[in-house]
Write a protein that binds this ligand. Structure first.
Ligand code: BES
Ligand code: ZN
Length: 408
């Protein structure tokens, strides 16, 4: 790379200093420009006591700041970004002011503080994750699925749909007993009686950053009118997802895991009638400006419909970067074949989060055209999965890996 040549570098944790200025004369403390989020720019200035070398910056209404900096200051900026924002990179270096302005002005959609994904997707908690993974029990998942499937239904309007959510709340409360950093609450909805359930594990270092693992707690059977009296065991859809989440919670607790970021587990109400519960939860998060750094949706985890694939990442209504991270987590920890598919519509609660601009993923049990055909019928029972939860166990492993790696 020659000096003077147009230079566009996205500074990441691993590229700084190695790629950036390989052929620049070492005695030259070159000046250049960075585009950076306004919030981050302020922290960077603070870290220099507002006396960084050039002291020149231009602010834009779209939340972008262009700052003139020296090459020798880059390490410190990188450090601030990582330390204060948990971002690997998150600022872009430009060779000329013109180029920086062009980015800040013309590319505000791509480079807006809102849409740019600064999340650190590095994988470095191997020992921790592997130790917890070995504690996961398929038998526990089986038992929870069976217990949830004994309700006549978990329909959003029926009494049993409220009772089943009460059971989820009590189960999670038992698991977090004695932890002063944990609470389990109902999220009540105004339009229907079934509440969502939210377990919050408060972060010890960055409680304002929130990781969400969720699935829907309701079930349904039949296609018309009030289905309060129908038999809807929903063993796969979605007792399997709730049971998988429950086992992840259990292992985090028995491992005495204390998260740095806040981790929330959610059992949404009223998914089967239009993603209603998750929609209200995600809307509130957006309204309150909550910093949701990642969402994992577990909806149907225990029916192995595809013989050659174990986990299918839905690529629509989800975040591509986070999905790539999921793929790496599967390779690293779950070690099963995975692929991608599309629902083709807003098929589950991940779409509610995605719709509010939060990064969501939906690891699913099979390819779309090989899915469990008995969902939404009285035949959605666990014997379709051989009365065991070996398939769901893979998703529990992925859940542990996602929570712990995103937390670090
Ligand atoms: N678990 C299903 C979604 C699903 C089914 C995903 C098959 C992939 C393959 C979910 O509970 C559901 O039934 N969703 C509704 C959508 C909603 C907007 C009413 C559906 O698919 O009809
Ligand atoms: Zn369903």
């Amino acid at each position: 790379m020659k000096l003077g040549q147009t230079l566009l570098l996205i500074f990441g944790c691993f590229t700084l200093g190695t790629v950036a200025f390989a052929s620049a004369p070492t005695n030259l403390d070159r000046e250049f420009w960075v585009t950076i989020g306004q919030d981050a720019a302020l922290q960077v200035e603070k870290s220099f006591g507002f006396k960084y070398a050039s002291n020149e910056k231009i602010e834009f209404t779209n939340g972008i700041t262009v700052m003139k900096v020296r090459e020798s200051e880059m390490d410190q900026i990188s450090h601030v970004m990582h330390d204060k924002f948990h971002r690997c990179g998150g600022f872009i270096g430009h060779d000329s002011l013109d180029e920086a302005l062009e980015w800040a002005n013309n590319d505000s959609e791509r480079f807006s503080a809102k849409t740019m994904n600064f999340t650190d997707y590095s994988i470095n908690q191997g020992d921790n994750v592997r130790a917890m993974m070995t504690e996961l029990s398929a038998t526990n998942i089986t038992n929870t699925i069976q217990r949830l499937a004994t309700f006549k239904n978990r329909y959003y309007k029926s009494q049993t749909g409220q009772d089943s959510q009460k059971l989820v709340k009590e189960t999670w409360e038992t698991l977090v007993q004695g932890r002063t950093d944990a609470k389990v609450e109902f999220f009540r909805h105004t339009g229907w009686p079934q509440p969502s359930v939210i377990l919050t594990l408060a972060g010890s270092e960055r409680p304002q950053d929130i990781i969400v693992l969720g699935g829907h707690g309701d079930s349904i059977s039949g296609y018309f009118g009030d289905r309060s009296a129908n038999h809807a065991p929903g063993a796969d859809d979605n007792a399997s997802g709730i049971a998988t989440l429950t086992e992840v919670v259990r292992v985090l607790m028995t491992s005495s895991y204390r998260p740095k970021h806040t981790i929330k587990f959610m059992a949404y109400a009223a998914e089967e009638v239009g993603l209603w519960g998750s929609k209200e939860v995600a809307q509130q998060a957006k309204r309150e400006n909550q910093n949701i750094i990642g969402v994992m949706q577990l909806d149907m985890t225990n029916y192995k419909g595809s013989s050659d694939l174990d986990i299918v990442l839905m690529s629509d209504f989800t975040n591509a970067e986070q999905n790539a991270f999921m793929g790496r987590l599967i390779d690293e920890y779950v070690k099963v074949p995975w692929g991608q598919d599309r629902c083709g519509y807003a098929c589950s609660d991940h779409a509610s989060w995605h719709g509010q601009g939060f990064p969501a993923s939906m690891p699913f049990e099979a390819r779309m055209n090989e899915m469990n055909r008995r969902i939404h019928t009285p035949q959605d029972t666990i014997d379709l999965s051989g009365n065991n939860a070996q398939h769901a166990l893979k998703f529990a492993k992925l859940g542990v890996a996602f929570a712990v790696e995103l937390d670090n």
